[in-house]
Ligand binder design. Structure first.
Ligand code: B3K
Ligand code: ZN
Length: 885
């Protein structure tokens, strides 16, 4: 495997103006005939290399003349043409084997459906091509298949022809009028049912909408359709972006490497991101469908109309599109809740990536395998960078800048430079320093100290920033960091007047400001400050940094109740919990948690929250939830798995015991007979009730247990059903255990024919923190419900165990402490030959070995070495393993 560098980028020697494909699908194989119109762009070209992998070449001709053996050469990476003319038509015929294609990239079969996945470099598994995003072509695609088994034949754009052929076969021809790179190509053939709807665009054009699924799932498409129409309307309203084809289609398939794919006019989705109905889908599932449908739809502009020049620019489309979908979800539900959810994920996982061996800037300078760079850094940190730009410019200028970007680059393949340039041109701001966010990896640390001078009534905040070394660079230059902030006085928020500002400079409500850090150290002085305030810093998480300030616990409790910024109220609750968790972690490390007392300030603060009738119930639920094990681990140089687990467990039990009455009051306040709705307030009410239930089931009374069992048996929605099930399964109370086993069995019995529900059942067990989980996980792999070729099942069992069950992953089995690591390596090695993308992704927890105690680190490392030594390891896994050793 070799490394590819951004600095080596060269424009393509040829354009491919037109692409005509004929894909003839048979049970055992498919024949792909391609007719490509090449135009030279460079001055001369002795050898033209076309990508092509796993293709059996049947014939190759230029301008209808079959090539002689000395005019071309084929190897496992592609086809080289010698001395091609300046302008020519290439005709190729190849055979591919969809049924045997277990990589789920290129043309493959998911259950009975033929489908494609081309991003990033899958088109080369369909035909010989210049498979790079800066080669954009006009595609016409004819699909031929059996009418009986494949009545539905789809590709990008508009259907321009169809008809019947001999022997029960039929065809359809599709033409996409928008030039596009090959990664946006798609085709589908299969026996699919669909729901149809229509959207009228702001300019009055009618767009047909169609969602295709297996017939059995037809009753689970409504939410995706509603989400699609909401997305279309939102993109018009917020970005002025209208849909451009006459039809927009979504197809759902079971076997899919990620969530979904934004192919032009023909999105292909993992069923997990389309199907939803209350009985089978949790609230989180409903929100995921809404978010992913929106994300893929938004790509039509941010990704398809304006695409990436090369794959180093991936965050150009992904960071921007994640930013767009997260604003959409915020608008559809609660913006504070959405922000908290996004930031939690970012801090638990992206910060860890940014501190590990795979750290990379949102625009990487090199890679071996691009599939490994569809990361939380490119996506979520990329979105944070766009968010900072949006906040620096403000809504009006940001909208002008995105308008300019779309208009200027419509139909082009561009870089992140062009995106930032549009922002700079509209705002007149110098964004030179800001662009370091694109080139430097690592999470900046921002340390803040304050000083209050009573005589002069001046208050100062001093910020110092530094960024730890990452593999690509050890000497980081300072970032441009926007810090949104306010000051809390004893009677409320204080007016903010920076030294040098006069009242005329300030808006009427001047209790919030954005301070822009650009230097390693900077001090801001506020005048006319009547008392020593409590600063509320980094409101709304205005930059992806680790900010620290020496708050007293009382300050945190105060911010938690009084900050006007909802996000920072939650943030204060997390910091207070982290401080108390740290007490317990220290006690554990010093010998024992026996007799440990939890700081009553935390309990009192939680009690107040439980009684707060004003606050959004979803926020109460989030604030009552202790930081995740991953986020707690993020706070320490060396991760002590047992200490973290035990401390968190003890706090959970203590909170449950201390607040039992207040928690029960939340159950009583909830009306279980309400019909299900996926609206934000319903979701919020359920989340608070189920958070309370999970606490109560730590040590339930008979009536708590009865409540939980009744909820499990009678729930009218999957959120409540699965919440009750996990409360039963994760309870350590002897009162509960036999009920838990029975409930697990009953749940499977009831839902065994619903693949997505079964996945929940699998992952709930894989995450079970009780000892010897690995034995149960190994048994699940033998269960008839498991399918080792289906990415959703792999994630539900292996992924959930290795990433969602840290105590068991790291402690292994009672007599075999590294069994978890060995299990993962075995699974990766077995999977690598079949589906390298999924295999490489699973390795992640092992790559973090440096963070663990020496014995664990050694054992994890040994498993990485073992993966590295596996015969014929894929480039995907090779890159992850070698970079982390
Ligand atoms: N663009 C696709 C991701 C493709 C991943 C390829 N390994 C989905 C998305 O981000 O919208
Ligand atoms: Zn995307």
């Amino acid at each position: 495997p070799h490394t590819i560098y951004l600095k080596d980028y060269q424009p393509p020697a040829y354009r491919i103006d037109k692409t005509e494909l004929r894909v003839d699908i048979r049970e055992q194989s498919a024949r792909v005939s391609a007719c490509l119109a090449f135009e030279r762009q460079a001055s001369a070209c002795e050898q033209l290399f076309l990508h092509g992998e796993n293709l059996e070449l049947v014939s190759v001709a230029i301008n209808d003349r079959t090539l002689a053996n000395d005019q071309y050469q084929v190897d496992e990476k592609g086809l080289t043409l010698f001395n091609p003319p300046a302008s020519f038509t290439l005709q190729t015929e190849v055979t591919v084997y969809p049924k045997q294609n277990t990589s789920l990239e290129g043309l493959y079969k998911s259950r009975s459906i033929y489908c494609t996945q081309c991003e990033a470099e899958g088109f080369r598994k369909i035909t010989y091509f210049l498979d790079r995003p800066d080669v954009m072509s006009d595609f016409t695609t004819t699909i031929i298949a059996d009418r009986a088994s494949c009545p539905v034949l789809l590709s990008n754009g508009n259907k321009i022809d169809s008809g019947t052929l001999e022997d029960g076969r039929h065809f359809a021809t599709w033409h996409d009028p928008f030039k596009k790179p090959a990664y946006l190509f798609a085709l589908v053939a299969g026996d699919l049912a669909s729901i149809q709807d229509e959207f009228v665009t702001q300019s009055g054009r009618k767009v047909a909408l169609e969602i295709f699924v297996e017939n059995k799932d037809l009753d689970k498409c409504d939410h995706a359709m509603t989400s699609l129409k909401n997305s279309m309307a939102w993109d018009e309203k917020v970005y002025g972006r209208e849909y451009d084809l006459d039809i927009f289609m979504i197809v759902a398939v079971d076997d899919f490497n990620m969530g979904a794919m934004e192919n032009k006019g023909l999105n292909i989705f993992n069923t997990s991101c389309v199907l939803a109905k209350p009985e089978t889908t949790t609230d989180v599932g409903f929100q995921r469908v809404e978010g992913v449908v929106a994300h893929e739809y938004f790509h039509n502009w941010s990704g398809n109309r304006v695409t990436c020049r090369d794959w180093f620019q991936l965050s150009l489309k992904e960071g921007f599109t994640v930013y767009r979908d997260s604003c959409f979800s915020a608008d559809m539900g609660s913006s504070t809740v959405k922000r908290v959810e996004d930031v939690s994920v970012l801090r638990a996982h992206q910060f860890a990536e940014d501190a590990g061996p795979m750290a990379h800037p949102i625009r990487p300078a090199s890679f071996i395998e691009i599939s490994n760079f569809y990361t939380i850094t490119i996506y979520e940190k990329g979105a944070e960078v766009v968010r900072m730009l949006a906040n620096l410019l403000g809504p009006d200028e940001f909208r002008k800048a995105t308008d300019l970007y779309f208009e200027r680059h419509d139909g082009q393949a561009v870089t992140t430079e062009e995106f930032v340039q549009a922002m700079a041109d509209v705002s007149g701001r110098d964004l030179t320093q800001f662009k370091r966010w694109y080139d430097q990896a690592g999470t900046p640390r921002v340390k803040v100290t304050d000083h209050y001078h009573e005589a002069s009534r001046q208050y100062s905040l001093t910020f110092s920033q530094s960024t730890p070394a990452t593999p690509e660079c050890s000497d980081k230059k300072p970032f441009h960091i926007p810090v949104a902030m306010g000051l809390l006085g004893s009677a409320g928020e204080l007016a903010l007047k920076l030294d040098g500002e006069t009242l005329d400079d300030l808006p009427e409500d001047n209790t919030q400001k954005v301070l822009e850090l650009t230097e390693p150290e900077q001090t801001f002085i506020f005048n006319d400050v009547p008392e020593h305030p409590v600063p509320s810093l980094l409101r709304g998480f205005s930059a992806p940094v680790k900010l620290s300030f020496a708050y007293s616990r009382q300050d945190l409790a105060d911010l938690m109740q009084r900050d006007s910024d909802g996000f920072n109220r939650w943030e204060a609750s997390q910091n207070l919990a982290l401080a108390v968790l740290d007490d317990a972690i220290r006690a554990f490390r010093q010998g024992s948690l026996e007799g440990f007392t939890v700081d009553p300030l935390l309990i009192d603060s939680y009690r107040q929250l439980l009684g707060d009738e004003q606050l959004d119930q979803a926020m109460v639920a989030l604030m009552l939830t202790l930081p995740s094990q991953d986020y707690i681990a993020e706070q320490y140089e060396e991760v002590d798995v047992e200490a973290i687990y035990s401390a968190r467990r003890l706090l959970t039990k203590t909170i449950a015991a201390e607040l039992v009455e207040a928690l029960r009051a939340r159950l009583t306040a909830y009306d279980n007979r309400k019909p299900y709705s996926a609206e934000a307030d319903s979701i919020a009410a359920r989340s608070l009730k189920n958070t309370a239930l999970a606490y109560l089931m730590q040590d339930p009374s008979q009536s708590d247990l009865d409540y939980c069992l009744a909820q499990f048996n009678n729930a009218n929605n999957m959120t409540d059903e699965v919440a009750a099930l996990s409360a039963l399964v994760y309870s350590e109370s002897p009162l509960v255990s036999e009920h838990a086993e029975a409930a697990l069995a009953a749940f499977y019995q009831k839902w065994q024919d619903e693949a997505l529900v079964v996945n929940q059942w699998l992952s709930l067990q894989a995450r079970d923190p009780r000892p010897n989980a690995l034995l149960r996980v190994s048994a699940l792999l033998q269960h008839p419900a498991y399918d080792g070729a289906n990415p959703n099942k792999i994630r539900a069992v292996i992924g959930a165990f290795c990433m969602g069950n840290p105590i068991n992953f790291h402690t292994g089995l009672l007599d075999d402490p590294s069994a978890g690591y060995r299990f993962l390596a075995d699974q990766v090695i077995a999977l690598d030959a079949k589906n390298p993308q999924i295999a490489a992704r699973l390795i992640t927890p092992l790559t973090r070995w440096r963070r663990y105690t020496p014995a664990r680190a050694r054992a994890m490392r040994a498993e990485l070495e073992r993966i590295k030594a596996a015969p014929e390891l894929s480039g995907d896994s090779y890159e992850i393993v070698t970079k982390s050793l």
